[in-house]
Write a protein that binds this ligand. Structure first.
Ligand code: PMP
Ligand code: GLN
Length: 378
């Protein structure tokens, strides 16, 4: 068959999860919790299913959930979005990002992506004929080179995709970063996607800086997030997008014919669960403890850890163990040592020569213990 996408391979998350299960390895590769969500959330999902909330939800999403989102954004970022015109519930952040790209990208449009980058961005841009212009964050401190960014943003730039807190590096960009980005983009016409799925996983007192704090760019910015992260239910695939009203109109033109709407009982259950703000405000502390536990457990290994300021990932340079490239090392670690991770080069469009792998620490203590025992025997 003549493939439309000859260069695209199966996503690394599927590849490594499959390899983990074939080899009975502990899966610290694909990012998902191995513990249950709160029982009240499951009970609520059952309740709404039995109460017959089983038909199509409104195209833009259930009102209670949209209200929750705009109230939260106002409370944390002092920014006002209209629940009717400026927020849409999506099938996870993935669909929000893909749909936003579909809504604005035409053949030949340039799109700036910060690398390391979540693996969905580039293929999605290319599917609509866009041309990716990557900019590498510095290694190993993941800073933005602003002079490079200034050079890269031109009249041809249609979209900039930003991810804060950053998967896979665990970097949190600061208020100053947002101010510098705003200064570079303010006289340009490009759109922005700010992917903020890890907004409530920030450590050591670091505050999440949402793009919602930049009102001057509101009309051109999509902010995306995920209830999969907020409620430990990655398999429910419920997320959302915020955008200025005119931009949201364009988003919904695609959304309505792409998926139309999102699973109904999940939306009601999530809205009820998040009424108690402790249910998401505790996440920073909860995941910080897991990070600390995992980092302590690796202290006597020869991995060189890259500090994780947020997300539920931490990365490590393994050059003290092996000269293999990261893909080969991650495969060997899965098959021989029974711990699966993600090779970092999967987050770069071009050669990435550092020996780095990513661990997901969103796991029960016993899972982390078992993995640490194996990693300490390397
Ligand atoms: N963006 C980033 C940075 C992610 O790590 C993920 C994966 N969780 C997504 C988007 C997709 O989120 P969802 O599972 O809600 O589609
Ligand atoms: N976001 C998850 C990660 O980075 C993976 C999601 C997926 O498997 N597509 O591991």
């Amino acid at each position: 068959m003549n493939s439309k996408l000859p260069h695209l391979e199966t996503t690394i998350f599927t590849v490594m999860s499959k390899l983990a299960s074939e080899n009975q390895a502990i899966n610290l590769a694909q990012g998902f919790p191995d513990f249950d969500p709160h029982s009240s959330l499951i009970e609520s999902l059952n309740y709404y299913s039995y109460q017959n909330y089983n038909q199509y939800a409104p195209m833009i999403g259930v009102e209670k959930l949209r209200n929750f989102i705009v109230e939260k954004v106002e409370k944390f970022h002092k920014s006002i979005y209209h629940p009717e015109n400026e927020v849409t519930i999506t099938n996870g952040a993935s669909q929000a990002i893909f749909t936003a790209i579909a809504a604005v990208i035409e053949k030949g449009d340039e799109v700036i992506i910060f690398e390391p980058a979540y693996d969905l961005y580039k293929p999605a841009v290319e599917m609509f004929g866009g041309v990716v212009k990557p900019i590498r964050l510095t290694y190993p401190d993941y800073k933005i080179d602003y002079s490079k960014l200034k050079e890269l943003v031109t009249e041809q730039t249609k979209l900039v995709i930003f991810n804060n807190p950053n998967n896979p590096s665990g970097k949190i960009f600061s208020e100053d970063d947002l101010i510098q980005i705003e200064a570079i983009l303010k006289d340009k016409n490009c759109f922005i996607i700010s992917d903020e799925v890890y907004e409530h996983m920030t450590f050591d007192g670091k505050e999440h800086q949402s793009f919602a704090r930049i009102p001057s760019l509101k009309d051109r910015t999509f902010i995306t997030s995920s209830f999969g992260k907020l409620c430990h239910v990655t398999g429910w695939k419920v997320g959302y997008v915020l955008a200025g009203a005119e931009l949201m109109k364009e988003f919904r033109k695609v959304h309505q014919y792409n998926v139309f709407c999102v699973h109904t009982p999940s939306q009601y259950a999530i809205a009820d669960y998040l009424e108690d703000e402790n249910n998401y405000l505790e996440l920073n502390n909860f995941f910080q403890q897991k990070r600390n536990y995992f980092v302590d457990g690796l202290a006597s290994t020869k991995f060189e850890l890259i500090p994780s300021e947020g997300t539920y990932f931490i990365s490590a340079n393994y050059k003290n163990y092996s000269d293999l490239n990261d893909r080969a090392f991650a495969e060997e670690l899965t098959i021989k040592n029974k711990v699966a991770t993600i090779p970092f080069s999967a987050f770069y469009h071009d050669k990435f020569d550092e020996n780095v792998i990513r661990f997901c620490f969103a796991k029960q203590e016993e899972t982390l213990d078992a993995a640490l025992e194996r990693l300490n025997q390397l």
